[in-house]
Write a protein of this length. Sequence first.
Length: 330
Amino acid sequence: MAQAVRTAWNANRHGLAAGFLVSTGLFLLMFVNWRNERRGIAAQRATGLDAILQDIPVEYARPAPVAAPRGVFGGALGQVRPVAVDRQVVRSGTLEIIATDPFKEAEQLRNLAMHLSGFIVSSKITGVDQRMRSAQVTMRIPAEYFDQAREQVRAIAKAVEQDTVEARDVTREYVDQEATLRNCLAEEAQYLTILKRATAVKDVLEVSSKLAEVRGRIGQLEADLRLLHHEVEMSLLTINITAMAEAQVFGIRWRPLYKAKLSLRSALTALADYVDSIVELFLNLPVVVMWGFTIVALLKVGWILLRRVVLLLFPGLTTWLHRRVQSQTG
């Protein structure tokens, strides 16, 4: 058996090697294409609210009234109040600005957040020298003041390097969680009814255990809905402030440290993407090998079937080709 396999391999090793190389190349092309599509989808960012609202299905534009979570939108514990769920969109933005003094600009941004009924999530100032200072301020402001806050930040800045706005539709998640909460509330009501009718201690303990479990799920769902509602109502805005460089070369503002920071960040991002691609390719190596052997086997079977079909349909073709080759070599 081993001799037969070795003989078959020696007779067809070139074809098998060529088939394996071709299949490997095809798989790599498919892998690169799939990777680029994933990067393209992940890199898409909406530049406004209307861009993402156009993709929301019609059935989520105005869902049927559902039960509001207890304690989320007001009302006493256990009170159910039907509300109409509108489109739920979480908006966030990032601004890269240049200012004369990042410390003063950070103070102005804190006052701006308070003026717009928001609050500061985090604030960080680095650098001792005024020319080398940088600051980062992260704030949450009501969604209706999001565009106004961005305009105020742009007015404060000497120059705007980058302005990014992201909008994430959470309507489906919101509706699903409310539907799950409604079902849990109905389940809780059923357990309460059963508990009132139970007389045996064993039944009371079992129903009480089930009731505690469903109330735990209700509490978790209410917390998730409360957090989601907060993210929708309060948009996140991050402002990175860089000091304006005083050095000028031939009248051109020169900021080598800032550009070096941007280049380093881009290089780290590219390095992370490269490592991710290598890891994915390494993990998919068994699939590459399996596809290679599959394609080679299919090519081999196809060649054998083609030869048999030719011999069946044209029995004299092989003899004619053999004689022609002998005549040319002779």
